[in-house]
Design a protein around this ligand. Structure first.
Ligand code: HEC
Ligand code: HEC
Ligand code: HEC
Ligand code: HEC
Length: 500
C-alpha cells in the first residue's frame, strides 16, 4: 500500500473519534447551559411538564413511573384482611402501591373514597388528598392549612388534578429540596432526635419522601373562619411525640383515647397503620449508616457526560447495578435472592398474625352475641387493638421487610403474642357463656369474607362506576378551566382498578 494511503487511514482513525468527541462536548455544553439557565417556573406550579422544560432528564425519568401500572389486589391474596378491617374502608378495596404517576388516579378510583355526588358528600375528609398531589401545597399556600383540612374530600375534586410532581419536593427558584408539608416539620420537632432546622442535605434526601411515606392520623382541630364561624379541621398529624417505634405510637394513641374506627364484629376501638416507611427505615442497617431513600430509589445515572438523579422512583431491583452494587460486592442474582428471602420471612409471620387476629375478631363477635358485657370484654379487646396495630405497623410500609428486617420480625412477633393473648381471654369468656367449642366461620376468598362482614359490594361498585363516569370527569374539566391541570400527567392512562 502507498505511504499516503496509510497516512490518510491513520489520520481518519484519529480524526473521526476526535470530531465525535468534539460534537458530544458541544452538545453536553448546550445541555448544561439549558440546565444552568435560570428556570422561569411559577411558585408551587403543580404542572410538572412546566418544570420539565428546564430539566428534561429528570422529567423524562419521572414520567416513567407510569410503567409500574399493575394492580395487585391484596385482599384477594389474604381474605383475612377483610375481617381485620370490617367496618372500615380498607375491607372494600386495598391494592399494592403503583408508580407515583398513578397516585392521584388510584386515590380517586378506590372504593375507599366512595362515590360522592357533589362537594359535600362522600365518606372521606379533604386530608385524603394530602399525599397525592403538588396541588396540595399550592392550595395550602392559597387558602391556609386550616381551611384546606376542613370539609369533605370531594370539596377539592376540581382543585387537585395532578399526581405527585416536582413542586412536592423542589423549590421553584433554587431547585433545592423542599419540604412542602408543615406537619412533617412539626412532628420532627416534637419527636426531637432530628429537629427540622438541623436537617442536612442528606437528611432531606429522605425527608422529601417522609412527607408521605409515614404514619399519620387526622387530628380534629377547632378554628374560626373569616365569617366568625367555628369549624373543625381534620389535620394530618404524625404521632411521633414519644418516638418512632410501634410501641411509642401505640402509647401516643392510647394516651389520647384515639381510634380510627370501631370494629364492626368485635367492637374493638381500632387503629389503622398508614405506611410508617420513614420511621421503620431509620431503625435498619441502611438508615443507621446514614443512607437516604434517594440512594436506592433515585440513584445517580450517567448519560454522556451528564450525571443526574433517576426520578423513576420504583423498585431498586430494576437497577441493582446502580444501587446495591455501588456499595456491596456480589451479583444481581445474589441480591435479588437476599431480598426475596427477607420477604418470605416477613410473609410467613404476617400471615400467621392475620389468621389469629381474624379468629379473635370473630370469637369476640360470638361473645357479644351470647351476652358478654363491656367489662368482660375490655382486656381482650385491648389485646386485639394492640396486636392488630403491631401487625399493621410492620406490613403497611411495603418495603419495611427489607429496610428494617429485624425490627419488622420483632414487631410481628409482638402482634402474634397479643393476638394469642386475646384469644385465650376470649376462650374463657366463651366458656363462661356456655360455648366451649365455638369455631369461627371459614371463608375461602375475598368475596366470601366481604359477604361475611356484610359489605354490599355490587352496590358499592355500581355507585363508584357512576362517579367515575360522571363527577370525576367534571373535576378535570374544572382543573382545565382554572389553568392548573397538566394533561401530560394522564397521557395514555387506562382505567385500572380491582373491580373493573
Ligand atoms: C406527595 C406524596 C409522596 C411523596 C413526596 C413520595 N411518595 Fe412515594 N408514593 C406515594 C403514593 C401515594 C404512592 C402509591 C401510588 C399508587 O399506588 O397509586 C407511592 C408509591 C411509592 C413507591 C412504589 C412504586 C411502585 O412502582 O411500586 C415507592 C418505591 C415510593 N413511593 C418511594 C418514594 C420515595 C423514595 C420518595 C422520595 C424520593 C417518595 N416515594 C416520595 C406518595 C408519595
Ligand atoms: C419525591 C420527591 C421528588 C420529586 C417529585 C422530584 N424530585 Fe427532583 N430530586 C429529588 C431528590 C431526592 C433529588 C436528589 C438531590 C440531591 O441528591 O442533591 C433530586 C434532584 C433533582 C435535581 C438536581 C440534579 C439531579 O438530578 O440530581 C433536579 C434538577 C431535579 N431533581 C428536578 C426535578 C424535576 C424537574 C421534577 C419533576 C419532573 C422533580 N425533580 C421531581 C426529589 C424529587
Ligand atoms: C438500601 C436501599 C434502600 C433504601 C435506602 C430505601 N429503600 Fe425502599 N426499598 C428497597 C428495596 C430493595 C425494596 C424492595 C423492592 C421490591 O421488593 O421490589 C424497597 C421497597 C420500598 C417500597 C415498597 C415498594 C412496593 O412497590 O412495594 C417503598 C414504598 C419504599 N421502599 C420507600 C422507601 C423510603 C420512603 C425510603 C426512605 C425512608 C426507602 N425506601 C429507603 C431499598 C431501599
Ligand atoms: C450507599 C451504600 C449502600 C447501598 C447503595 C446499599 N447498601 Fe446495603 N449496606 C450498606 C451498609 C453501610 C450496610 C451496613 C453494613 C454493616 O453494618 O456492617 C449495609 C447492609 C446491608 C445488608 C445487611 C443488613 C440487613 O439489613 O440485612 C444487606 C442485606 C444489604 N445491605 C443489602 C443491600 C441491597 C439489596 C441494596 C440495594 C437495594 C443495598 N444494600 C444498597 C451500604 C449500602
Amino acid at each position: 500500500m502507498k505511504k499516503s494511503w496509510i497516512i490518510t487511514i491513520v489520520s481518519l482513525v484519529i480524526m473521526v473519534p476526535l470530531l465525535l468527541l468534539l460534537v458530544s462536548i458541544k452538545e453536553n455544553k448546550a445541555e448544561q447551559q439549558a440546565i444552568n439557565a435560570v428556570p422561569d417556573i411559577k411558585k408551587l406550579d403543580p404542572r410538572s411538564s412546566e418544570w420539565g422544560k428546564y430539566f428534561p432528564r429528570q422529567y423524562d425519568s419521572y414520567i416513567q413511573t407510569r410503567k409500574s401500572d399493575e394492580i395487585k389486589d391484596i385482599l384477594k391474596d389474604d381474605p383475612n384482611l377483610v375481617v381485620l378491617w370490617a367496618g372500615y374502608g380498607f375491607s372494600k378495596d386495598y391494592n399494592a402501591p403503583r408508580g407515583h404517576f398513578y397516585a392521584l388516579e388510584d386515590n380517586i378510583n378506590t372504593l375507599r373514597t366512595g362515590a360522592p355526588v357533589d362537594e359535600k358528600t362522600g365518606p372521606m375528609p379533604t386530608a385524603c388528598w394530602t399525599c397525592k398531589s403538588p396541588d396540595v401545597p399550592r392550595l395550602i399556600d392559597e387558602i391556609g392549612e386550616h381551611d384546606y383540612f376542613t370539609g369533605a374530600w370531594a370539596r377539592f375534586g376540581g382543585e387537585i388534578v395532578n399526581s405527585i410532581g416536582c413542586a412536592d419536593c423542589h423549590n421553584n427558584e433554587t431547585m433545592q429540596l423542599n419540604v412542602t408539608r408543615d406537619y412533617l416539620k412539626r412532628a420532627l420537632d416534637a419527636e426531637g432526635s432530628l429537629k427540622f432546622s438541623d436537617a442536612t442535605h442528606q437528611d432531606l434526601r429522605s425527608l422529601v419522601c417522609a412527607q408521605c411515606h409515614v404514619e399519620y392520623y387526622f387530628k380534629p382541630t377547632k378554628w374560626t373562619d373569616e365569617n366568625g364561624q367555628e369549624q373543625t379541621a381534620k389535620v394530618v398529624t404524625l404521632p411521633w411525640n414519644n418516638g418512632f417505634a410501634a410501641e411509642d405510637m401505640e402509647e401516643y394513641y392510647d394516651e389520647r383515647d384515639f381510634s380510627d374506627w370501631t370494629h364492626k364484629l368485635s367492637k374493638t376501638p381500632m387503629l389503622k397503620a398508614q405506611h410508617p416507611g420513614y420511621e421503620t427505615f431509620i431503625t435498619g442497617a441502611h438508615g443507621q449508616n446514614g443512607l437516604a431513600c434517594a440512594d436506592c430509589h433515585m440513584p445517580y445515572v450517567r448519560e454522556g457526560g451528564v450525571k443526574y438523579s433517576n426520578h423513576k422512583v420504583g423498585s431498586p431491583l430494576d437497577d441493582i447495578a446502580n444501587t446495591c452494587l455501588n456499595c456491596h460486592q456480589g451479583t444481581e442474582k445474589e441480591f435479588k435472592a437476599k431480598i426475596d428471602r427477607k420477604l418470605e420471612r416477613k410473609n410467613e409471620l404476617a400471615r400467621e398474625a392475620t389468621d389469629i387476629l381474624a379468629k379473635a375478631h370473630l370469637e369476640a363477635a360470638r361473645a357479644w352475641e351470647l351476652g358478654a358485657t363491656e367489662e368482660d370484654m375490655k382486656a381482650a379487646l385491648q389485646d386485639i387493638r394492640h396486636g392488630q396495630w403491631r401487625w399493621d405497623y410492620a406490613v403497611a410500609a411495603h418495603g419495611a421487610f427489607f429496610h428494617a428486617p429485624e425490627e419488622i420480625l420483632r414487631v410481628l412477633g409482638g402482634a402474634i403474642n397479643k393476638a394469642h393473648d386475646a384469644r385465650l381471654k376470649l376462650r374463657v369468656i366463651l366458656a363462661e357463656l356456655g360455648d366451649t367449642n365455638y369455631e369461627a366461620p371459614a371463608y375461602a376468598s375475598k368475596e366470601e369474607a366481604q359477604e361475611l362482614v356484610g359489605l354490599p359490594m355490587d352496590e358499592l361498585v355500581e355507585e363508584k362506576k357512576e362517579f367515575i363516569n360522571g363527577l370525576k370527569q367534571e373535576w378535570f374539566e374544572m382543573g382545565k378551566e382554572k389553568g392548573i391541570y397538566d394533561p401530560k400527567l394522564r397521557e395514555g392512562m387506562k382505567l385500572k382498578t380491582s373491580f373493573n
